[in-house]
Design a protein around this ligand. Structure first.
Ligand SMILES: Nc1nc2c(c(=O)[nH]1)N=C([C@H](O)[C@H](O)COP(=O)(O)OP(=O)(O)OP(=O)(O)O)CN2
Ligand SMILES: [Zn+2]
Length: 117
């Protein structure tokens, strides 16, 4: 079974490696949406894979690192494409939640990445 929780954060970025004149080379912002998926079996007594609240409490410190920040300033996010940000998130989340099986990160309502490690 797969459970998930959705998070949101606002952040600014620019993409330093795009061709000259590309709109994403200029500083701009997004309201990112992050969905974190955990795979496991429901425990017989609790009936849940894990408590959504524990998932929220574990992920929230990461959201704090990103929220209302310039992503390029954060170590490891010097080239903050959605792809690189999803890898960065995966590497932070997986040690805390080994059941992590998927990340969905939306940069805009129509653009996003799915990462499964
Ligand atoms: N593969 C990727 N392509 C692009 C990324 C990325 O991270 N990975 N990022 C960008 C820019 O950050 C840009 O801000 C987002 O681009 P886009 O989806 O084109 O945004 P728009 O709001 O202009 O698109 P709409 O179609 O109007 O929603 C670019 N490419
Ligand atoms: Zn962007």
């Amino acid at each position: 079974m797969i459970i998930y929780k959705t998070f949101s954060f606002d952040a600014a970025h620019y993409l330093p490696h795009v061709p000259a004149g590309h709109k994403c080379g200029r500083m701009h912002g997004h309201t990112y949406s992050l969905k974190v998926f955990i795979t496991g079996d429901p425990e017989p007594h609790s009936g849940w894979v894990m408590d959504y609240t524990d998932l929220k409490n574990g992920i929230s410190p990461l959201i704090e690192i990103l929220d209302h920040k310039v992503l390029n300033d954060i170590p490891g996010l010097e080239n903050p494409t959605s792809e690189q940000l999803s890898i960065w998130l995966w590497n932070k989340i997986k040690p805390v939640f080994p059941g992590l099986s998927r990340i969905e990160l939306n940069e805009t309502p129509s653009s996003g990445v799915i990462y499964e490690g």
